[in-house]
Design a protein around this ligand. Structure first.
Ligand SMILES: C[S@@+](CC[C@H](N)C(=O)[O-])C[C@H]1O[C@@H](n2cnc3c(N)ncnc32)[C@H](O)[C@@H]1O
Length: 274
């Protein structure tokens, strides 16, 4: 371990300021592991040397590099299953019944990582709705430039497709591109990927009918979760649906949401009058 307390404290303050991600004391090993490859790439002996070089002469690019390296981009196809079953069994039928026949539907995959969540939704809708590719748009956003670029590209390694993607769906919706698999063009056209920091004022987007905000609130402190849930609600239709990660809830965080059970999943809906 080479990371000094000063370097660790500087990194965790930077990461919190730029992304709201909380790195508790004890996460020195994570900072060390994530920043070591960058330090080596830059010809520096260890992580503290790298951090000290940026700390003494801060530049936007290096600071962004540090913040992005400290994001955790773990994801997979159909992650946790039930929120996707709920989409086709309950949420889409309810929305289609409530909207006009030519009204477009907007879905947001917030903190989309490399795009598996957004493309899981796109595939499911194409398989279950005749006009999905023209009627539904999916906005996929993430703090990380690298993750947004990966989502835009819609290309996945064999290892990645092995994580939760059923073989018939791979055959139906992907083509081979060298060593990788590329999502079919109509699905890529459904998905618009852009950078968005959930911890900063959100850009004009939506209004969204469905929001998947999963496995990201866990990285934030309570006041940040509260602000994000309020901002997300402001971008949603009043009868919209919010899905959180299995370890996340609005309960005890923001009581302007109503928790509803949808099959084996929970969703959250804006309470009326808020
Ligand atoms: C664990 S992944 C979750 C991916 C996907 N939603 C899922 O459930 O599989 C968390 C993602 O949140 C992103 N993230 C972290 N802080 C963020 C912030 N302040 N604003 C937007 N995205 C953020 C990370 O870059 C990462 O890709």
């Amino acid at each position: 371990m080479t990371l000094t307390t000063t370097s660790f404290d500087w990194v965790r303050a930077l990461v919190h300021k730029e992304s709201a991600i909380v790195l508790q004391p004890g996460k020195e090993y994570l900072v060390e592991a994530r920043l070591l490859p960058i330090a080596r790439q830059r010809g520096l002996a260890d992580v503290s040397a790298f951090v000290e070089s940026v700390r003494s002469r801060p530049d936007t690019d290096s600071m962004r590099c540090i913040v992005e390296a400290l994001t955790t981009n773990e994801t997979s196809w159909f992650r946790d299953g039930d929120p996707f079953t709920a989409l086709t069994s309950t949420v889409m039928p309810a929305l289609l019944a409530a909207r006009g026949p030519s009204e477009r539907l907007q879905i947001w995959s917030a903190a989309c990582s490399s795009g598996q969540e957004a493309y899981t939704i796109a595939m499911l809708l194409e398989d279950s709705m005749p006009n999905a590719t023209t009627r539904v748009s999916i906005t996929a956003t993430d703090l990380s430039r690298e993750m947004v670029a990966r989502t835009k590209a819609g290309r996945f390694s064999q290892l990645e497709v092995n994580r939760g993607l059923p073989a018939p769906m791979l055959v139906r919706h992907f083509t081979r591109a060298g060593n990788e698999w590329e999502v079919a063009a109509p699905l890529r056209r459904m998905v618009t990927a852009t950078e968005c920091n959930l911890a900063a004022p959100l850009p004009r987007m939506g209004p969204f009918d469905v929001v998947y905000l999963r496995n990201v609130l866990i990285y934030f402190d309570l006041p940040t979760k509260q602000v994000i849930l309020r901002r997300v609600r402001e971008l949603m239709r009043p009868d919209g649906w919010l899905f959180l990660g299995a370890a996340e809830t609005t309960l005890g965080v923001d009581d302007t949401w109503e928790r509803v059970v949808v099959g084996r999943s929970s969703a959250y809906r804006p309470k009326k009058g808020n």
